[in-house]
Write a protein that binds this ligand. Structure first.
Ligand SMILES: NC(=O)c1ccc[n+]([C@@H]2O[C@H](COP(=O)([O-])OP(=O)(O)OC[C@H]3O[C@@H](n4cnc5c(N)ncnc54)[C@H](O)[C@@H]3O)[C@@H](O)[C@H]2O)c1
Ligand SMILES: [Zn+2]
Ligand SMILES: [Zn+2]
Length: 395
């Protein structure tokens, strides 16, 4: 089958690999009909995830049709239409019982976090979904059935970014009347802005530096106010906009490649740790900080005393200049982590069915899996007004 394969930092390929096979009686094979490229895939492409061996199949947002089931799979039959959330959970361990799906202690015997599709060895080493077929472990636990009345495009973001956006507004306690600032106007940020409005936030402020993405935020999330951090200091401006009080909740939908840090610098530091030669084109003065905390510094500045910071953006490396003193002084609560996707699937599917919430209007590029490299280029380089790329394998 065809699949997107990670080779080394800044190098992925589309190539033919063996079809997946069932290894455990509780697994199934899904034939992918739609898959997407995520901001997390960019971190991984830039060498920022540890333990990513060359040859890893990537992609963690996918849905499709059941092709084959292991003999102990009860819920599914060949031909069923299924959506697969990105976290892999056993459903039985104490963390899964507590609905802490992304902290499952059985699905990943290799790392300190629950498993996920297409995230390399530290997330369990499971092959990803930017492929024609995927092996889905614990098939009866997380995947959900999708009614024929809904298209792939209407539901595909239930695999990750819509529940992620909804979860972060939920765990941060966004409530009617709040002012919520969302840093990042990529797919996750745009949906977090929308979910904040959905939960009744009175003001939603969006921050980014890419003009077309700020315009997109205004266009699809009515009433959102925007700040371009190349023009204005968002920490200061949000304080002014809220009469010196700050936002009740600030959501980070940026992650560890926050500008202005050069991602190449961070990638090289990681590569060195992993024993790989440094990437070319760096000067000695381009040394750490490993992960940029530029966004987090602004975010903490923008929060009011007693407010909450929600880290939906992915962070991994030890970061310098982390504003721990301000977090202490303001009594800020921090929430974050890999989203508890499974918890919100039923509720969100219901909203989509009733037309109360949508996510498909962030799709800007619909490509064949054969054009995945083009999709990565456009999304990664922010070309062609790209916001979200979906890919369809041609079976
Ligand atoms: N927690 C989870 O379970 C989960 C799930 C999905 C994605 N993520 C993470 O969410 C983050 C965003 O994903 P995405 O798909 O929207 O990616 P993306 O790369 O398209 O979006 C990131 C946006 O942040 C902007 N940005 C950069 N520096 C900034 C700064 N200092 N202040 C404000 N904005 C800044 C970029 O211009 C870009 O538009 C990534 O870190 C991804 O790994 C986490
Ligand atoms: Zn994702
Ligand atoms: Zn578990």
């Amino acid at each position: 089958m065809k699949a997107v394969v990670y080779q080394k930092p800044y190098e992925i390929t589309l190539q033919n690999v063996p079809d997946p096979e069932i290894k455990d009686s509780r697994e199934m094979i899904v034939r992918v009909t739609t898959t997407c490229i995520c901001g997390s895939d960019l971190h991984l492409l830039h060498g920022l995830y540890p333990h990513m061996p060359g040859g890893t199949l990537i992609g963690h947002e996918f849905m499709g049709i059941v092709e084959e089931t292991g003999k102990n799979v009860k819920k599914w039959q060949k031909g069923d239409r299924v959506l697969v959330p990105f976290p892999i959970a056993c459903g039985e361990c104490e963390m899964c019982q507590a609905k802490l799906w992304t902290h499952c202690i059985r699905s990943n015997d290799k790392g300190e976090i629950g498993a996920a599709f297409g995230h390399g060895e530290s997330y369990g080493g499971y092959a990803g979904g930017q492929a024609e077929y995927v092996r889905v472990p614990y098939a009866d636990v997380s995947p959900i059935r999708i009614p024929d009345s809904l298209s792939d495009e209407q539901v595909i973001f239930l695999t990750d970014i819509l529940p992620t956006a909804y979860w972060i507004t939920d765990v941060c306690g966004v409530k009617p009347g709040d002012t919520v600032a969302v840093f990042g106007c990529g797919p996750v940020g745009l949906l977090a802005q929308r979910c904040a409005g959905f939960k009744g936030a009175e003001r939603v402020i969006a921050v980014d530096q890419i003009p077309y993405r700020l315009d997109y935020a205004k266009r699809i999330n009515s009433g959102v106010e925007t700040i371009n951090f190349q023009e204005l200091d968002p920490g200061e401006v949000i304080q002014e906009m809220t009469k010196g009080r700050g936002a009740n909740v600030v959501i980070d939908a940026v992650g560890l490649e926050a500008e202005p840090t050069n991602p190449l610098v961070a990638a090289t530091v990681y590569a060195k740790r992993m024993g790989a030669p440094p990437l070319p084109g760096l000067r000695p003065e381009d040394n750490p900080p490993v992960a940029s905390v530029s966004a987090i510094n602004w975010e903490v500045e923008a929060i009011r005393h007693g407010g909450t910071l929600g880290l939906a953006g992915a962070y991994g490396a030890k970061a310098h200049s982390f504003p721990i003193g301000d977090i202490f002084a303001k009594g800020i609560t921090i929430k974050g982590g890999q989203a508890l996707v499974q918890t919100y699937l039923k509720e969100l599917l219901g909203y989509i069915q009733k037309g109360k919430l949508r996510a498909d209007d962030i799709i800007t590029h619909r490509l064949s899996l054969n054009d995945a490299m083009d999709g990565y280029r456009k999304f990664g380089r922010r070309e062609d007004n790209c916001v979200k790329v979906i890919l369809h394998p041609n079976h």
